[in-house]
Design a protein around this ligand. Structure first.
Ligand code: ADP
Ligand code: ZN
Ligand code: ZN
Length: 731
């Protein structure tokens, strides 16, 4: 018998090993797929996942190596998850080993970590049990609370449970240092049952939506304008599933940016809600993963990668803001968590709800072709009214740092009414271009075909496509002129301009630079929610599901960028961003105002969107895509290559094209090789080849032959290539 393993490498194949020498034959025969096996891959120790036992191997007898050890007595990865991961590996033509690497908690990748059927916990020491212990803690209230709890409960408790009960890790460590508690291993806890708080009574549209979701399994697109009560519909759909004893998986775009969403779930269901986020420790992640796998976690909320969390009794998957680009991983294993959710729901008999105010065109096409059901929410819930949306013609208007007079007046009026204003600008930094007034030189990144963005806090230049940084020159490096000018607007500059115009009002900037610190977003949102008149300036982060009750005016500084994009998805992205940003206005009784500054107020796409709304706009665009033979009406994949050598990527792709054309035999279009829209990035030269097919089946069949044929090609030294099935970004 041989062990056929998936190993964490990018190679699209499995690896055969002999069983470890010290394992008896009958023990080998009882091994099951999903168990972890420690091996040496060349000289490197690795943890593989057993995919099957094979009676035959292609590896010559003198080359086959024994595995080092069998790590688990039972499969860690359940069968149905393994099936799902294999499906994903096939669909994206990606190495199963690397898919597993993405899907499993990193804790499981260490060969020395065998004991996963217990969890970390704390027990009282004799010192901790004594009467004096509490008194000796003085004013350390968190430690006192923890010690008191352990004394009252009088049994060891798991670390995770203590955290769920609101105790702090810092307090646990402090008591440990004082010798009052000791770490121990405990059997996995049985999890906390959901507690249900009362729900709102649904309006007619919401009830219809809930019925549609519950009508049968399968996928429902919940298309509801911002503030229409989508979340309330999710919450009630979830409650019904939890009451049947099943589990729920909720995916949201970015947890750090939307603390309000997780808070709402926790308010509704109590402490049974487990959150997977980037700040989770490896141990927490493993605990949550195991709890979900074994059916002890009722609700798991996470970002993209949480789609891989195994669940014993999955009843429902909710994808909130399903149009959001963050559901697609853009490097390595380029999967779409939204698309995988639909497949997974089907495989595991769970319902799927995709929710958005601005559904992706893919999902709308799937409604049109009958694959998804749709429920629409067209009214704002409660008494809130939709905002008034108007364009501001920028032509011949004097501008103050990009702000029109109409815009400034609207902000002033809104602040005087005691409300808050939001200024949206989709570029962080101070200015996108630093130029010499005398010779036209401008600051360019040495590593990319891109300009350096000027930042003022602190003052420096920074390329947004690689990590290049440079000081700000006070003279032109080319002609020595001191006449350096800053062109264009970024969030920092708008913040400065607004602060100058409204010196008595706090201006809060919200972009990647101000929110990178953990909890920064939560703190900003807390400030906004105190309701004082304020101005928020920020990037698309502001478009993501936030609820700002006091917002009276939204000013979109510049809508023009989105109108003239080279990407065929440009209009879709523009419309989603405009509608999402606009949706932040007027969520309470007062009617909000949205002003869109543009040099092209008559642009037909903008007019269609503003006059007829998102769904009309989408169906017009979809018709266009159908005529032009673009996704979602055709299947697309993209092969990208990059290298240090400027010619290598195109040469490699030319070779690949020849092979592809032979295999395609006229059934598909292969377009390229072409330089990428940004031909040089982070020092690498880049080119791409686009593959288009009439539908996904044809594409899949082609790739099944094509990828194995190009894998052995030896491109130039240091050439990388990658395949992106259903790409959403043409870069
Ligand atoms: P969405 O997720 O569509 O943006 P929310 O679920 O956040 O909308 O709802 C917007 C606001 O309306 C929230 O304050 C919510 O509590 C309230 N709301 C939702 N449904 C109802 C309802 N049926 N009755 C009263 N208020 C509701
Ligand atoms: Zn110059
Ligand atoms: Zn760069």
């Amino acid at each position: 018998m041989f062990l056929r393993l998936a190993l964490p490498t990018p190679l699209r194949r499995l690896f055969d090993y002999a069983p470890p020498a010290d394992v008896a034959e009958e023990d080998v025969a009882s091994l099951r797929p999903g168990q972890r096996i420690a091996v040496l891959f060349g000289p490197r120790p690795m943890v593989g996942i057993l995919i099957e036992l094979a009676s035959h191997t292609e590896v010559p007898a003198d080359k086959i190596k024994p595995a080092v050890a069998i790590l688990d007595s039972a499969p860690v990865v359940p069968d149905r998850s393994l099936n799902f991961y294999q499906w994903a590996a096939h669909y994206y033509h990606h190495a199963l080993g690397d898919v597993l690497q993405n899907a499993l908690p990193s804790w499981l990748r260490h060969a020395d970590r065998r004991d996963i059927d217990t969890c970390a916990g704390w027990q009282l020491s004799d010192a901790g049990r004594s009467e004096q212990a509490l008194e000796s803690l003085g004013k350390a209230y968190k430690q006192i609370a923890l010690l008191q709890y352990l004394q009252t409960y009088n049994k060891p408790l798991s670390d995770q449970q203590l955290v769920l009960l609101g105790h702090k890790r810092s307090a646990m460590n402090a008591l440990h240092e004082k010798g009052m508690i000791n770490p121990c291993r405990l059997p996995l806890d049985s999890g906390l049952a959901p507690e249900f708080s009362p729900s709102l009574s649904l309006n007619d549209e919401q009830s219809t939506a809930l019925n549609t979701i519950q009508a049968s399994t399968g996928c429902t697109l919940l298309a509801g304008i911002t503030g229409s009560g989508k979340t309330e519909v999710y919450l009630q759909a979830i409650e019904a599933v939890l009451r049947q004893g099943k589990q729920v998986l909720v995916l949201i775009p970015e947890i750090g940016l939307t603390p309000q969403t997780t808070a709402r779930f926790e308010q509704r269901y109590g402490r049974c809600v487990r959150v997977l986020h980037s700040a989770c420790s490896d141990g927490d992640r493993l605990d949550t993963w195991l709890a979900a796998r074994d059916g002890r976690a009722a609700i798991v909320i996470g970002t993209r990668s949480a789609i891989f969390t195994p669940m014993a009794k999955l009843g429902l998957i909710v994808i909130d803001e399903e149009h959001d680009a963050s559901f697609k991983q853009q490097d390595g294993f380029r999967y779409s968590a939204r698309d995988l959710a639909v497949v997974r729901g089907d495989m595991e008999g769970a319902s799927v709800v995709l929710g958005s105010a601005t559904p992706s065109f893919e999902s709308l096409a799937n409604v049109a072709n009958g694959r998804y059901r749709i429920a629409k929410l067209t009214q704002r819930a409660g008494d809130a009214h939709p905002p008034l949306v108007e364009t501001v013609d920028l032509r011949h208007q004097p501008l103050n740092n990009g702000l029109s007079e109409v815009g400034i007046r609207a902000i002033r009026d809104c602040l005087q009414r005691g409300q808050q204003a939001l200024v949206f600008i989709n570029r962080r930094g101070y200015a996108p271009v630093l130029m010499c007034h005398d010779c036209g030189w401008y600051a360019h990144c040495d590593h990319c075909d891109a300009r350096m963005t000027v930042h003022m806090r602190p003052a420096h230049m920074h390329c947004h496509h690689c990590y290049a940084r440079a000081g700000l020159p006070n003279r032109c490096p080319s002609c020595r002129s001191p006449q350096m000018v800053l062109i264009g607007q970024g969030t920092e500059r708008s913040e400065e301009a607004l602060q100058g115009l409204f010196p008595d009002i706090e201006v809060l900037r919200i972009d990647r630079d101000t929110t990178s610190r953990k909890d920064a977003m939560r703190e900003i949102i807390d400030r906004v929610n105190d309701g004082q008149p304020r101005i928020l300036v920020g990037t698309q982060m502001l478009a993501k599901g936030h609820h700002f009750p006091k917002l009276g005016v939204v000013l979109i500084l510049d809508a023009d960028g989105g109108l003239f994009s080279a990407d065929f998805r440009g209009p879709e992205k523009m419309a989603q961003l405009l509608i999402q940003v606009a949706g932040r206005a007027g969520r309470e009784q007062q009617r909000g105002i949205v002003l869109i500054q543009t040099h092209h107020p008559d642009h037909p796409q903008l007019q269609l969107l503003l006059q007829k709304g998102y769904f009309h706009f989408a169906s017009a665009q979809l018709t266009l895509r159908e005529h032009m033979g673009l996704p979602p009406y055709r299947a697309m994949a993209m092969l990208r290559a990059d290298a240090n050598n400027p010619q290598a990527p195109e040469q490699f792709l030319q070779q690949v094209l020849d092979i592809g054309q032979h295999i395609a035999a006229g059934q598909l279009q292969l377009i390229g090789p072409l330089p990428s829209p940004m031909p040089k990035r982070a020092g690498k030269f880049r080119a791409q080849l686009v593959i288009q097919a009439a539908h996904k089946g044809v594409l899949k069949a082609f790739l099944n032959h094509f990828i194995p044929a190009i894998e052995p090609l030896r491109g130039a030294a240091q050439l990388n290539w990658s395949l992106d099935v259903d790409p959403i970004d043409m870069f």
